[in-house]
Each structure stands twice: as C-alpha cells, then as structure tokens.
Design a protein. Sequence first.
Length: 148
Amino acid sequence: MPQSQTSAVQLHFTNADGHVTVTPSNEDRFTIKVERAIELLQQSSRREEFERQFKLLLKVLGEWLENSSEIKQAFLTLRDGGICLVVVRENAPYDAEFEDSLSDLDYDIANDSDLDLIQFTAIALPPVSDESLNTFLNEDVAFILYGA
C-alpha cells in the first residue's frame, strides 16, 4: 500500500486477536485492540465537535455580555460537571430584568441543538470580594470574559 501524503494516522488491521497497529507521523508504532481504536476515533470526532461548539458558545456569551451593561465581571469556569458562566453584577439589589435575561441565556444554550455537547449553567452574584468570588470558580479552570 503506498504511503499517504495526508496527516491522517495510519491504522493497520491484523486479524490476529483483533488488534490494530497505529502508526503516527513520528513512526512510533503501537498496537491496541480494535474496540479501543474505535473508542479513540469516536472521542477524537467528539473532541473536534466539542471544540467547534465551545467556540460557538464563546461567541454567544460575548454577544450577550456586549448587550448587558450591569456586569462588573464575567468568568467561565468548570462547576458541577459542566461549564458555568459566573457573572458579578455592578449593583447588589435584585434586578428581575437582568435575572430574566440570564435565565433566557441559560435556557437558550441548553436548548440549542448546535450546543448539544455543552453542559452549561449561569449564575449571577452581587459585588463580592475576590475571596468570595474564588469559592465559585474552579481553581484550575477560570477565564475572564469580555464582550464581543
């Protein structure tokens, strides 16, 4: 079989015990079971789709932030097994219109078929100290967001 000029990983199937030999571009070959190879290919496909959806999520959030004047800070973090938007408001008093807008954003993302791999929640906080804010943010993954 001729060598391919693409960046595709070569898979050589041998029927001996159902193993696949994987030959990456660095020629560092390894062998895995067929079932595991299928799982890895599926995960790779989902990862690419997740990356596409994550970029779309950032666009949606950027547009929402651009249209909201009551936000002091916004963070994207991991919380409760999903992605969480943590919004710190400029003022402490409850604002039904702002809360409705945040709820609509949460609902729209949850029901958007183009974002079906994204587990998303959104929470709003009044002005808080950095110490209090940090209790809502994952210490390993927290991004500051700015409008579009």
